[in-house]
Design a protein. Structure first.
Length: 204
Protein backbone atom coordinates (compact mmCIF):
# COMPACT_ATOMS: atom_id res chain seq x y z
CA UNK A 1 0.00 0.00 0.00
CA UNK A 2 1.41 3.45 -0.88
CA UNK A 3 2.38 5.69 2.02
CA UNK A 4 3.09 9.41 2.23
CA UNK A 5 6.78 8.58 1.72
CA UNK A 6 6.19 6.51 -1.41
CA UNK A 7 7.45 8.47 -4.44
CA UNK A 8 4.59 9.41 -6.73
CA UNK A 9 4.81 8.07 -10.29
CA UNK A 10 6.63 10.59 -12.43
CA UNK A 11 7.78 12.63 -9.42
CA UNK A 12 11.42 12.33 -10.46
CA UNK A 13 10.65 13.50 -13.98
CA UNK A 14 8.63 16.43 -12.64
CA UNK A 15 11.51 17.46 -10.39
CA UNK A 16 13.99 17.31 -13.26
CA UNK A 17 11.59 19.38 -15.37
CA UNK A 18 11.37 21.99 -12.59
CA UNK A 19 15.16 22.11 -12.37
CA UNK A 20 15.44 22.65 -16.13
CA UNK A 21 12.82 25.41 -16.05
CA UNK A 22 14.57 27.15 -13.17
CA UNK A 23 17.91 26.92 -14.93
CA UNK A 24 16.36 28.35 -18.10
CA UNK A 25 14.87 31.27 -16.13
CA UNK A 26 18.20 31.84 -14.45
CA UNK A 27 20.19 31.87 -17.69
CA UNK A 28 17.69 34.15 -19.43
CA UNK A 29 17.77 36.57 -16.50
CA UNK A 30 21.55 36.48 -16.20
CA UNK A 31 21.94 37.15 -19.92
CA UNK A 32 19.68 40.21 -19.70
CA UNK A 33 21.51 41.50 -16.62
CA UNK A 34 24.93 40.97 -18.21
CA UNK A 35 23.85 42.93 -21.30
CA UNK A 36 22.53 45.77 -19.15
CA UNK A 37 25.12 45.90 -16.37
CA UNK A 38 28.10 43.77 -17.45
CA UNK A 39 29.35 40.42 -16.21
CA UNK A 40 30.33 41.90 -12.83
CA UNK A 41 26.70 42.65 -11.98
CA UNK A 42 25.80 41.58 -8.40
CA UNK A 43 24.39 38.06 -8.08
CA UNK A 44 21.48 39.50 -6.09
CA UNK A 45 20.47 41.45 -9.22
CA UNK A 46 20.38 38.23 -11.23
CA UNK A 47 18.43 36.53 -8.45
CA UNK A 48 15.86 39.34 -8.41
CA UNK A 49 15.49 39.26 -12.19
CA UNK A 50 15.02 35.48 -12.25
CA UNK A 51 12.77 35.24 -9.19
CA UNK A 52 15.10 32.59 -7.75
CA UNK A 53 17.15 32.60 -4.56
CA UNK A 54 20.87 33.31 -4.50
CA UNK A 55 21.41 29.84 -3.04
CA UNK A 56 19.88 28.33 -6.18
CA UNK A 57 22.27 30.31 -8.36
CA UNK A 58 25.34 29.25 -6.39
CA UNK A 59 24.15 25.64 -6.36
CA UNK A 60 24.03 25.58 -10.16
CA UNK A 61 27.03 27.84 -10.75
CA UNK A 62 29.55 27.98 -7.87
CA UNK A 63 31.71 30.63 -9.56
CA UNK A 64 31.00 33.64 -11.74
CA UNK A 65 33.07 32.07 -14.52
CA UNK A 66 30.77 29.02 -14.42
CA UNK A 67 27.74 31.29 -14.80
CA UNK A 68 29.22 33.41 -17.60
CA UNK A 69 30.24 30.34 -19.61
CA UNK A 70 26.76 28.83 -19.12
CA UNK A 71 25.09 32.05 -20.27
CA UNK A 72 27.43 32.21 -23.26
CA UNK A 73 26.52 28.65 -24.31
CA UNK A 74 22.82 29.29 -23.66
CA UNK A 75 22.85 32.36 -25.91
CA UNK A 76 24.62 30.38 -28.65
CA UNK A 77 21.93 27.67 -28.40
CA UNK A 78 19.14 30.25 -28.71
CA UNK A 79 20.75 31.97 -31.70
CA UNK A 80 21.54 28.66 -33.42
CA UNK A 81 17.94 27.51 -32.97
CA UNK A 82 16.74 30.38 -35.18
CA UNK A 83 17.65 28.28 -38.21
CA UNK A 84 15.04 25.66 -37.29
CA UNK A 85 12.25 27.71 -35.69
CA UNK A 86 9.34 29.48 -37.42
CA UNK A 87 10.03 33.16 -38.16
CA UNK A 88 8.82 35.66 -35.58
CA UNK A 89 8.45 38.56 -38.02
CA UNK A 90 6.60 39.27 -41.25
CA UNK A 91 9.56 39.61 -43.60
CA UNK A 92 12.97 37.95 -43.94
CA UNK A 93 14.56 41.37 -43.39
CA UNK A 94 12.83 41.76 -40.00
CA UNK A 95 13.82 38.20 -39.07
CA UNK A 96 17.42 39.13 -39.90
CA UNK A 97 17.19 42.38 -37.93
CA UNK A 98 15.80 40.68 -34.80
CA UNK A 99 18.50 38.01 -34.95
CA UNK A 100 21.29 40.56 -35.42
CA UNK A 101 20.17 42.48 -32.34
CA UNK A 102 20.09 39.25 -30.31
CA UNK A 103 23.56 38.45 -31.63
CA UNK A 104 24.77 41.89 -30.56
CA UNK A 105 23.47 41.25 -27.03
CA UNK A 106 25.34 37.95 -27.06
CA UNK A 107 28.57 39.73 -28.02
CA UNK A 108 28.34 41.81 -24.85
CA UNK A 109 28.65 38.57 -22.87
CA UNK A 110 31.43 37.36 -25.16
CA UNK A 111 33.48 40.50 -24.58
CA UNK A 112 33.40 39.76 -20.85
CA UNK A 113 34.06 36.06 -21.22
CA UNK A 114 37.85 36.31 -21.47
CA UNK A 115 37.92 38.32 -18.24
CA UNK A 116 35.71 35.79 -16.48
CA UNK A 117 37.93 32.89 -17.58
CA UNK A 118 41.09 34.78 -16.54
CA UNK A 119 44.07 32.66 -17.62
CA UNK A 120 42.07 29.96 -19.42
CA UNK A 121 42.94 31.26 -22.88
CA UNK A 122 42.56 27.82 -24.45
CA UNK A 123 39.04 27.50 -23.03
CA UNK A 124 38.12 30.94 -24.34
CA UNK A 125 39.44 30.15 -27.82
CA UNK A 126 37.51 26.86 -27.89
CA UNK A 127 34.24 28.65 -27.02
CA UNK A 128 34.97 31.35 -29.60
CA UNK A 129 35.52 28.75 -32.32
CA UNK A 130 32.30 26.96 -31.28
CA UNK A 131 30.19 30.09 -31.61
CA UNK A 132 31.64 30.95 -35.03
CA UNK A 133 31.11 27.41 -36.32
CA UNK A 134 27.51 27.29 -35.13
CA UNK A 135 26.32 30.83 -35.83
CA UNK A 136 28.00 31.72 -39.10
CA UNK A 137 25.82 29.27 -41.10
CA UNK A 138 22.69 30.68 -39.41
CA UNK A 139 23.61 34.26 -40.34
CA UNK A 140 24.42 33.13 -43.87
CA UNK A 141 20.98 31.50 -44.13
CA UNK A 142 19.21 34.65 -42.88
CA UNK A 143 21.15 36.92 -45.24
CA UNK A 144 20.38 34.70 -48.23
CA UNK A 145 16.69 34.49 -47.33
CA UNK A 146 16.44 38.28 -47.09
CA UNK A 147 18.39 38.79 -50.33
CA UNK A 148 16.34 36.16 -52.19
CA UNK A 149 13.16 38.00 -51.16
CA UNK A 150 14.63 41.24 -52.50
CA UNK A 151 14.98 43.06 -49.19
CA UNK A 152 18.77 43.22 -48.93
CA UNK A 153 21.85 43.13 -51.13
CA UNK A 154 23.08 39.72 -52.24
CA UNK A 155 26.80 40.55 -52.30
CA UNK A 156 27.40 40.55 -48.53
CA UNK A 157 29.35 37.64 -47.03
CA UNK A 158 28.10 36.38 -43.66
CA UNK A 159 31.64 36.40 -42.23
CA UNK A 160 32.23 40.04 -43.20
CA UNK A 161 28.86 41.03 -41.78
CA UNK A 162 29.53 39.17 -38.53
CA UNK A 163 32.85 40.99 -38.15
CA UNK A 164 31.12 44.30 -38.82
CA UNK A 165 28.57 43.67 -36.07
CA UNK A 166 31.36 42.68 -33.69
CA UNK A 167 33.32 45.83 -34.41
CA UNK A 168 30.26 47.99 -33.77
CA UNK A 169 29.77 46.31 -30.37
CA UNK A 170 33.31 46.90 -29.12
CA UNK A 171 32.53 50.42 -27.94
CA UNK A 172 29.85 49.25 -25.49
CA UNK A 173 32.34 48.65 -22.68
CA UNK A 174 34.36 51.79 -23.39
CA UNK A 175 31.88 54.61 -23.95
CA UNK A 176 28.95 54.91 -21.48
CA UNK A 177 26.63 56.57 -24.03
CA UNK A 178 27.59 54.37 -26.97
CA UNK A 179 24.45 53.30 -28.87
CA UNK A 180 25.40 49.99 -30.43
CA UNK A 181 21.86 49.13 -31.53
CA UNK A 182 21.58 52.44 -33.38
CA UNK A 183 24.88 51.80 -35.14
CA UNK A 184 23.81 48.27 -36.06
CA UNK A 185 20.54 49.59 -37.51
CA UNK A 186 22.59 51.94 -39.68
CA UNK A 187 24.61 48.94 -40.86
CA UNK A 188 21.41 47.03 -41.62
CA UNK A 189 20.01 50.04 -43.47
CA UNK A 190 23.09 49.95 -45.68
CA UNK A 191 22.15 46.41 -46.73
CA UNK A 192 18.54 47.24 -47.51
CA UNK A 193 17.10 47.33 -50.99
CA UNK A 194 13.85 49.10 -51.88
CA UNK A 195 10.91 47.01 -50.72
CA UNK A 196 10.02 44.42 -53.39
CA UNK A 197 6.99 45.40 -55.43
CA UNK A 198 3.95 43.18 -54.97
CA UNK A 199 2.79 41.16 -57.94
CA UNK A 200 -0.77 41.59 -59.16
CA UNK A 201 -1.71 38.30 -57.52
CA UNK A 202 -0.13 39.25 -54.18
CA UNK A 203 -1.84 42.65 -54.11
CA UNK A 204 -5.32 41.17 -54.53
Amino acid sequence: MPTDETPRPGAGRAKRSDVRRNQQKLLDAAAAVFVRAGIDAPVREIAAASGLGMGTIYRHFPTRADLVVAVFKHQVDVLAAAADTPPTADTPYEVLRIWVHQFADFLVTKHGLAEALHSDQAGFETLHAEFVDRLLPVLDQLLKASASAGFTRADVRAYDFMLGIGNLCIGVGTFPDYRSRHMIDLLLAGLAQPAPALTDRESQ
